[in-house]
Design a protein around this ligand. Structure first.
Ligand SMILES: Nc1ncnc2c1ncn2[C@@H]1O[C@H](COP(=O)(O)OP(=O)(O)OP(=O)(O)O)[C@@H](O)[C@H]1O
Ligand SMILES: [Mg+2]
Length: 246
């Protein structure tokens, strides 16, 4: 299990995360939702090691990884994507995936094999030799997810993977993420503002609001939760702009 216990992150007076305990199992798809500024990205940054927490712990299986640097976490099985694509623009599609695999400690041959497998799964074979910078948006998004999987992860953190995708592309992404979960038995933490997508994709949803946990539960229960409707899913929720908080 991957979990945080009572994590706090304060930025000069802003309580970005204020005592959040979250868990995800291997093979589970957990949605992480909440209004802009709720603390979703900050929590994922804490889990992946980019943001040290002021207090609280992050555990990966039996290990307390709170003090581990990001590369060590990646080698231990934590993959992630970033809000916004963040690809290596000068590298080809194939090189983007392979570089991620190698940087996570896979040997050349294993990295190569993993890359070929992922390019096939993500239907990126036809564009394997194109510069990442020349890809259409939807394809670049798929590459972002493929890169996160290149590290042979046990858990993958996805920060708004469907941002800017049209309905067809979003549906494809849901199918891909399910396939990946089934194939590799990874646990996924998915941040998304696309509520229908998150409801369709996830087995469990964790709702953040002002840096605190507002609710955790099955999609059907979350959709009916009056506090969640008030804070996010109701009228105000419809005005949320994906990624507006950067
Ligand atoms: N490096 C930082 N320095 C200061 N404040 C920050 C920093 N990073 C985030 N914050 C603040 O912490 C709060 C949580 O931000 P965070 O980016 O985690 O929210 P989010 O839920 O991911 O929002 P969005 O849905 O817009 O991406 C916000 O008030 C934000 O302005
Ligand atoms: Mg965010």
């Amino acid at each position: 299990m991957l979990r945080t216990d009572d994590v706090r992150v304060h930025f000069e007076g802003v309580r970005a995360i204020d005592g959040v305990s979250l868990s995800v199992d291997r093979g589970e798809i957990l949605g992480l939702i909440g209004p802009n500024g709720a603390g979703k990205t900050t929590l994922v940054n804490v889990i992946s090691g980019i943001q040290p927490p002021d207090s609280g712990t992050v555990r990966l299986g039996e290990d307390d990884i709170t003090a581990w640097a990001p590369p060590r976490r990646a080698r231990a099985g934590l993959g992630r994507t970033f809000q916004g694509a963040r690809l290596f623009d000068r590298l080809s599609v194939e090189e983007n995936v392979e570089a991620a695999a190698v940087s996570a400690g896979l040997r050349r041959r294993a990295a190569r094999a993993r890359t070929d497998e992922l390019l096939a799964i993500f239907r990126l074979e036809d564009v394997a030799h194109r510069d990442a910078s020349t890809l259409p948006h939807g394809t670049a998004r798929r590459l972002g997810v493929a890169r996160a999987l290149a590290v042979a992860p046990i858990y993958v953190l996805l920060d708004e993977p469907a941002a800017g995708l049209d309905e067809e592309e979003s549906r494809e992404l849901v199918a891909l993420l399910r396939d990946i979960r089934d194939r590799y038995e990874v646990g996924l933490v998915v941040i998304e503002h696309d509520v229908p997508l998150i409801m369709a994709l996830c087995e469990r949803i964790h709702v953040l609001h002002h840096g605190e946990t507002l609710a955790v539960g099955a999609p059907a229960a979350i959709a009916k939760d009056p506090q969640v409707i008030d804070a996010y899913l109701g009228e105000a929720g419809h005005q949320e702009v994906p990624g507006a908080g950067g």
